[in-house]
Design a protein around this ligand. Structure first.
Ligand SMILES: [Zn+2]
Length: 135
């Protein structure tokens, strides 16, 4: 495989993508606050360190960047280093799935919010509401 992006450039790209997904997480948190929900952040003791945690009801929300976590049929596909990205994103997807099944086994329910869902905030809020009010 020919490496067309320098290590330095790649690390810049990764940092930029990470900032973006943090922005998505902040947007979801503030939507939840406006909906009147209170929650904790980054429960590192739970599988997958969920981003948003509703402890009393044992529910968690993951906010996933579409690129990093491999949202199907969504977003751009990198044109260079395809092998690198495919294996990295595949690993992320497997890790996400493993974390969610571990959570299920210990009685926690999880919801994945994709970054792209923020484009339709009313619909996203309705989805969060359904998840959080379900018994
Ligand atoms: Zn997406």
């Amino acid at each position: 495989m020919v490496d067309t992006v320098s290590r330095e450039k790649r690390s810049q790209i990764m940092k930029a993508v990470r900032r973006q997904s943090t922005g998505a997480e902040r947007a979801v948190r503030s939507a939840l606050h406006r909906m009147g929900y209170r929650f904790r952040l980054h429960a590192s003791e739970l599988p997958g360190s969920p981003d948003i945690v509703f402890r009393p009801t044992k529910k968690v929300v993951f906010v996933h960047g579409c690129f990093w976590h491999g949202h199907r049929n969504c977003g751009r596909v990198p044109k260079s280093n395809v092998d690198y990205w495919v294996s990295k994103i595949t690993r992320n997807r497997k890790r996400d799935a493993a974390a969610r099944s571990k959570l299920r086994r210990i009685g926690w329910r999880s919801l994945v919010v994709w970054e792209c869902e923020l484009k339709n905030l009313p619909q996203l809020k309705a989805r969060l509401e359904r998840f959080l009010t379900a018994i």
